[in-house]
Write a protein that binds this ligand. Structure first.
Ligand SMILES: [Zn+2]
Length: 85
């Protein structure tokens, strides 16, 4: 799992006071995966893989609601809407 870093505005742990509760500032949002990606992820989970899961991104509290509104979308679609290139 990567450390918290808002996908939209780039807010990271460096911007947060040490005594602040991480989970009050950042939220992990999981988007939809394609069938193929799901199969790969499930195989990784069975192997005890501990990397950053596909389709999962960090958001700050300000942007988490926008992300959650799109959690039913495929992650590529959702992320391109949240931060157009
Ligand atoms: Zn943000």
């Amino acid at each position: 799992m990567r450390p918290p870093h808002c996908y939209v505005c780039g807010l990271s742990l460096r911007d947060v006071d040490e005594d602040q509760d991480l989970w009050s500032v950042f939220a992990l949002v999981t988007f939809e995966l394609s069938a193929e990606e799901k199969a790969v992820q499930e195989a990784r989970n069975r192997d005890g893989w501990v990397g950053h899961p596909t389709g999962t991104e960090w958001f700050c509290v300000q942007h988490a609601p926008l992300a959650k509104e799109r959690s039913h979308l495929h992650w590529r679609t959702a992320l391109s809407e949240l931060k157009p290139p």
